[in-house]
Design a binder for this molecule. Structure first.
Ligand SMILES: [Zn+2]
Length: 716
């Protein structure tokens, strides 16, 4: 039998800090969660404020103020056992209190300027460094919890650097390994600084591995906080009614880095070490919309290789969290998580004074998810397009401020694909050996790729696979160095001129050429903005699809001269593979401006390179509707999700959702189904088979719909 954590989870974290721990009704909350469909509870053992305090009668850690004789962990376990719920220990891993800090100031994590990483000026919660003796202290506390309670698992929150960490232990350790001083300034092109970045990841991976070893057992899972993978911390405070509100994270980290880099959490390692992949999506704090949740989860499916994904769905509307979230927002976020094979987790902050209306809505959605749980696990995405995420490109160039970012380009491509309902997975370089499963690979300005990765991509194309690449895709090695011939130029059918065209403004257009193969939606002569920057290339075997016009000298000024400089090219490899190259960073431009012609070009390029459409697609759907589709292992069943989540809100919660009617789901080449059913709206659906295609009438969709197609035998 599979371990308990592999089944669909519906979780709640009981966040005891800030509640009245003397009077809190633990059993009442646990029972209420049980009625609400919650099968997993994450219970605070060690909290974050005051740092490192215990919610049980610890002999090692200071007790939470006002705890008295209570043991909230034992109370939770007792109540949960009656209900058949599983309990996971929440361990805040890095926070020490004032007393610990004053006794061991050297244990504290330090910013680059040497200041201590603390929640407040009173040092009531200070980030402790895992390279200091604090590591042994925490291990002893974890052992105490392990020995005291029959827990189903351990969740280690924030086992990470919460700052640069330039403490004396880190400085000594770095020097001992490299005979170089630990860097104290950002120099992205400096090999020592790059070594420091890689070393930070390694420190946290090693620590997480040791924590896992402490608690792991066959029937007990261990997992770690998963930093939100496709966003950067926003260092600017935001202004509320004339008051400057600083988000605590940027303030604490004192960097505006890519979130996993700020935590020094290399997520593929954590996904390998832990039993569960965990994510913590944000919206307001990182200026990203809700559909990025799905993108993160697709990445989780790749790095987790089928492991459970637990998603803390709580931080969307910081600083108010759950309070007052409308039904639309709650429904959409949960549907988005389920549609991307995740399990939702909510955190009950202030558990005894919580916004009950929003919680009732969460429980309603959980009960609905429970009824569908048979269809939510043991499944694998239907393969069509793969979107390549390259962490080496992010770590090398995205923070330098010199180039369009890889992350921006990836998100722009993703948004276009979502709006066109084109099926895609997010993969990393480690998955390039499984490219044969896909019909097309998108390389969205993933500039820093290893020789091995580039070889895999070239081989894929020479054996018939399709590639869509943009801007500096594959132009550098994984460390960011350029060398002659080490690029994708031959495969793209171009030679690089070693320069990039840059214009002063955005009034720069390309003109579509006659006779290109991408499709009718891109007529010859059409002008499409390029946004003023592109790589200069000379076509070799590639055919030019669009050429650049010079930029206007001023905004509203006359457009520049015709040039022969290509902006878009196509190439057909000897082995039959098709390649489209956008010399401009089209993903970044689409994400930034939302020009429809860019979305259409992305979609046409992907379909042409793939030599056709995906075997599962929709007709008549608005661009807000995202499609995912899965084969259920061994079940002879196809599961498709449609979620109305492709929307741009980053600040306000989503309240209004337009109902989508007249949508059809098309499934190709699988013959007659035995049953076509919606477990969400609980009805049999109309269908017909025409020319080998199954066409299903989808009921009107508000937040989301789930469609099952069952065959009498396992589909091939
Ligand atoms: Zn340190």
């Amino acid at each position: 039998m599979n371990p308990w954590w592999e089944r669909p989870l519906r979780g709640v974290t009981l966040e005891f800090p800030a509640s009245d721990v003397g009077s809190i009704d633990v059993r009442g909350i646990v029972d209420e969660a049980h009625r609400g469909g919650v099968n997993t509870l994450c219970v605070f053992c060690i909290g974050y404020y005051p740092g490192g305090t215990a919610f049980y009668q610890s002999r090692l850690a200071p007790h939470y103020p006002g705890l008295g004789k209570r043991d909230l962990v034992a109370e939770t376990l007792e109540a949960a056992e009656r209900n058949g719920q599983r309990v996971v220990a929440y361990v805040g891993t890095i926070w020490g209190g004032r007393e610990m800090y004053l006794a061991h100031p050297d244990w504290a994590q330090r910013h680059a300027d040497g200041t201590v990483t603390s929640w407040d000026a009173g040092y009531n919660s200070v980030a402790m460094c895992p390279n200091s003796p604090y590591r042994e202290y925490l291990a002893s506390v974890v052992e105490e919890i392990r020995e005291s309670y029959p827990l189903g698992g351990f969740y280690f929150d924030e086992a990470s650097f919460q700052s640069w960490c330039s403490c004396s232990y880190c400085r000594e350790k770095f020097f001992a390994e490299f005979h170089q001083e630990l860097p104290l300034v950002e120099e992205w092109s400096d090999p020592v600084f790059q070594r420091f970045i890689a070393w930070r990841y390694q420190q946290i991976t090693d620590w997480r591995r040791s924590l896992n070893l402490l608690v792991k057992r066959e029937d007990r899972c261990a997992f770690f906080q998963g930093a939100y993978p496709f966003s950067n911390l926003v260092s600017k405070p935001f202004n509320v009614s004339g008051f400057e509100y600083e988000y605590w994270y940027p303030d604490r980290f004192a960097v505006d880095w890519y979130v996993p880099l700020a935590h020094a959490a290399y997520l593929p390692d954590s996904a390998e070490i832990g039993d569960v992949v965990h994510f913590e999506p944000y919206r307001h704090m990182v200026n990203d919309p809700i559909w990025v949740y799905g993108l993160a989860l697709r990445y989780g499916q790749s790095i987790g290789r089928g492991k459970q994904m637990l998603v803390l769905n709580m931080m969307a509307q910081t600083p108010f969290d759950q309070y007052g979230l409308p039904e639309g927002e709650i429904r959409l976020s949960i549907a988005e998580i389920l549609a991307n094979s995740g399990s939702p987790l909510f955190a009950r902050y202030y558990p005894d004074r919580v916004d009950q209306e929003a919680w009732e809505q969460v429980y309603t959605c959980f009960r609905e998810a429970r009824e569908m749980e048979t269809y939510l696990s043991e499944r694998e995405s239907v393969k069509y397009a793969a979107l390549l995420f390259s962490q080496s490109s992010v770590d090398r160039f995205d923070h330098s401020g010199e180039k369009p970012s890889h992350l921006g380009c990836l998100k722009g491509f993703a948004k276009g694909l979502l709006q066109e309902q084109i099926l895609f997975d997010v993969i990393t370089e480690a998955e390039l050996d499984r490219l044969w499963q896909y019909r097309v690979l998108v390389v969205p300005n993933a500039s820093c790729l290893s020789g091995e990765a580039k070889r895999a991509i070239r081989e894929y194309v020479s054996s018939g696979g399709g590639v869509v690449a943009s801007y500096e895709a594959g132009m550098y090695d994984e460390r960011g160095w350029r060398s002659e011939g080490d690029d994708l130029g031959g495969m793209l059918g171009v030679a690089y001129r070693g320069e990039r065209c840059e214009f002063g403004g955005f009034d720069v257009y390309m003109r579509v050429c006659e006779g290109h193969p991408l499709g009718m939606r891109l007529p010859a002569g059409k002008l499409v903005p390029t946004g003023g920057i592109q790589v200069e290339v000379v076509p070799g075997s590639a055919k030019v699809v669009a050429t650049l016009l010079g930029g206007a000298a001023v905004h509203y000024g006359p457009l520049g001269e015709e040039s022969v400089q290509p902006s878009v090219l196509v190439n057909e490899a000897e082995g039959g593979g098709r390649v489209v190259y956008f010399a401009m960073p089209i993903g970044n431009r689409y994400l930034e401006f939302g020009v429809g012609a860019h979305r259409e070009m992305i979609a046409m390029a992907v379909r042409w390179a793939a030599k056709g459409e995906a075997g599962v697609r929709v007709l008549g759907a608005p661009g807000t509707l995202a499609l995912t589709a899965y084969e259920q292992v061994g079940g002879g069943r196809l599961v498709a999700h449609l979620v109305n989540s492709v929307r741009d809100e980053t600040v306000s919660p989503i309240e209004e959702i337009a109902e989508s009617r007249g949508v059809e789901l098309v499934v190709e080449g699988r013959g007659q189904p035995r049953r076509v059913y919606s477990p969400k709206s609980k009805q049999e659906l109309e269908w017909k088979v025409e020319a080998g295609e199954l066409v299903i009438g989808v009921p009107p969709i508000w937040d989301s719909e789930v469609i099952l197609v069952e065959y009498s035998s396992v589909p091939v």
